[in-house]
Design a protein around this ligand. Sequence first.
Ligand code: NAI
Length: 395
Amino acid sequence: MVIAPKVRGFICTTAHPAGCWAAVEEQIREVERFPHTGGPKKVLVIGASTGYGLASRISLAFGFGAATLGVSFERPASGSRTATAGWYNTAAFEGLARERGLYARDIMGDAFSREVKEQAAACIRAELGKVDMVVYSLAAPRRTLPDGTAVSSVLKTVGAPYSNKTIDLKTRTVRPVEVPPATEQEIADTVKVMGGEDWMDWMSFLQGEGLLAPGCITLAYSYLGPEVTHPMYLDGSIGQAKKHLKATADEMGRKLEGIKAYVSVNKALVTQSSAAIPIVPLYITMLYKVMKEMGLHEGCIQQMDRLFREKLFVPTPVVDEAGYLRPDDWEMRPDVQQRVDALWEKVDDANLEQLCDIDGYWEDFYHMFGFGFTGVDYEGDIDPDVSLPGLWKEE
Ligand code: NAI
């Protein structure tokens, strides 16, 4: 079939297999520009199919030469429905890794479940022995708890409602927005989904099974951001979950012997998850504008590769006073933030196109689903049914 983008709200309901292949190849080329030394050799990546998790996996495999096992929640094609972009990205990753003789396996399923944790343990036991790094890069809207109840995360404020402006990316206009406060229950549920509880479950389980190498590093991702995003992010419901994630990292260091747990604060970027957060997309379009003009712009792959090469796999990992790794250091530079602040004050419908990189936003958006790459034939027929040669099946 011929596959064209179908955009619905914050997502695109189709994805292009050849375009996703091109996207993964582009990220590999980016990694191969730099020398890589040290680093882990056997890595489990939870949330490996898109965004920061996929970029981490590409840097660790194609840069540092690591064998990788990925866990993601993606769906194959069925009938006239294409697979999800994360499925095609995973197929491309596996294909390109195998071409270079790199081990790559995948489990598709709910990472919150006991069953998927057991599958990952069986795969590690059978084929890897132990892992020396676990990347936890889940971004999920809901979680099913062991007793079968489902809880959802919300993107709301805490305490009072917050009014500011946001961007309508479709109509390219600025409009006022009021974000309501979350209830106590919604905050607790958001912490359950996006906090550190499941990360701790993974690590304690793998440690108990004897599948973590001594000195194993584990890493999860967070965002702090500038003041204009705080009511929505850091001080909002998602921020409470991220505080729990950091407290979990600190607890892991005390509770799980021989494990080094870190939280890395990453740059705000267009991913399938960030597109849904109110106010943040307007900030992202301004940040892109400023950072591109200053020659400082990075995507997920440049962020993760720089994190590993310059901050984590160095003799002494580079952390701030609170113990966070900070690849968001360029985003948070005072000169960058002053310029974004000035744009924020000025922006309106008349100057939006000049002050914000809306085209850059849409370019990243379409790329996430495998669209908009030169060299890919989007007019031609393509089989949407793509298999994963490295899908883990227990004997
Ligand atoms: P994403 O939506 O691109 O990736 C999410 C990943 O989680 C995908 O691989 C997906 O398959 C997987 N996943 C979701 N639910 C799952 C489930 N139940 N079982 C197994 N896998 C599941 O998101 P993104 O943006 O890369 O987020 C990753 C982490 O980075 C999150 O913790 C996020 O808060 C953090 N972060 C994101 C920033 C951004 O601007 N996008 C900035 C700083 C941190």
